[in-house]
Design a protein around this ligand. Sequence first.
Ligand SMILES: Cc1cc2nc3c(=O)[nH]c(=O)nc-3n(C[C@H](O)[C@H](O)[C@H](O)COP(=O)(O)OP(=O)(O)OC[C@H]3O[C@@H](n4cnc5c(N)ncnc54)[C@H](O)[C@@H]3O)c2cc1C
Length: 422
Amino acid sequence: MKKHEDKLLIAGGGLVGLAAAILYADRFSKVELFEKRQDPLAVQGNEARSLQLVISARGWNTLRLLGFEDEIRSLCLSLKGRWHHHKKEEKVFEAYSPIGECISCISRESIYRLLTAKARAIANIQLQFENKFHQVDFARKELFFSRGSNTEIKSSHYDFLIGADGVRSSIAAQLNQGGEDFHKEINVYREISISGVNWERDAFHYWHTKTAMIGAFPVFDGGFSLFLVHKEADFETLLQDPTAALFSGLFPEIFSSIPEAMQLFAKAKGGILGSKSCQNWHHGNNAVVVGDAAHAVLPFMGQGLNTGLEDLFFLNQYLENGKVREGMNLVDFENQRRPQAEAIRQISQDQFRYLTGKYGQEEYARRIIIASKLKLSGQLPTYSACAFSLEPFSTILEREERIKLSINKNEEDDLVGQLPQH
Ligand SMILES: Cc1cc2nc3c(=O)[nH]c(=O)nc-3n(C[C@H](O)[C@H](O)[C@H](O)COP(=O)(O)OP(=O)(O)OC[C@H]3O[C@@H](n4cnc5c(N)ncnc54)[C@H](O)[C@@H]3O)c2cc1C
């Protein structure tokens, strides 16, 4: 039987773009993916951002559809919660789930390489690495790009376009005429890999102070990946002071167990922290943005990639035979997904404030009361609901907001009085 002749063009070959290529390859006669970076199977260490990623229920819900979930799982460590390390070498365990569920932790590079290899093995997918796109003509359905160092501009026609080109998406910028809402934090992050510590390997570890925080993920191949979040303006005092006064004062345990950590952080790669939202996610019924191109969140709930993968799960219901199904419209996709992206953006922002020591005493008290009220009513705590359920983020956020509004001021004040100073 002759296959319909349609081309899916994917602009951006990060994790979401690659997953989209694999997931939708059977709906199109040809899939062409443009990515400006080098082929990750040809070079190591191609992916600069975050060495480790957390995958939770929403991510798995989509990855399962790709047909090689077990292979991805075989590269993951299971984490059951966080160890909150306090200054005096005491630590407190915070389970991710009240019933012992675990999230998965994987190295970004290993999942990137696996998705690339799987996409490459599918006959109708063409991976075009080292190809940078510049512009789209939505009316004529053409993407303009250049190859490697060659400045000649070429074009490629599409029947359906998926913009998966990340937070600085040029496709989203065109759809929104530059009107996206970016929020850049004053904090930045840096990452290092270390070995030789004996922390529990089935959990995330963190040390937080009002000035800076350190998080540590165990790495599948051994050791830990540490990230430091700090104000850009504190770089010199925190990381370049020969006396190490600030660093050792804030993180005595890290300073004594990994004496080289401060120097390693000073030289490490990292990036800015921020979030993004945009109003317009589609053009007609043949172009759409997904993943960080449409929405980017602070990484403290571990939901950025998971939300991008969830976009693909829903988009999957819209596509058939090289187009959007009869009677369906991308405006509905956008209306379905945008509130979810906005809700996880807010939840992640709050978690960022919590984990980086920006909460005031009242906020700590409120958080404890909300958690206990959720527990009393048999509902999942916010983190667990985001990580282990497929409940819409907007419903999770609304529930939390409702409880927050119902908190009695006396109840809050009583608890504030009993709390240790954070
Ligand atoms: C520190 C940190 C930790 C994180 N931890 C987690 C986590 O634990 N769990 C989680 O779910 N999420 C996490 N995230 C978020 C996650 O990394 C992103 O949500 C995810 O990578 C987005 O994938 P994407 O494919 O949409 O975009 P990207 O990964 O940004 O991919 C976009 C691709 O498009 C390409 N591109 C862009 N412009 C062009 C162009 N003009 N021409 C050609 N190619 C182009 C880029 O080179 C890139 O490869 C974290 C983020 C950070 C910063």
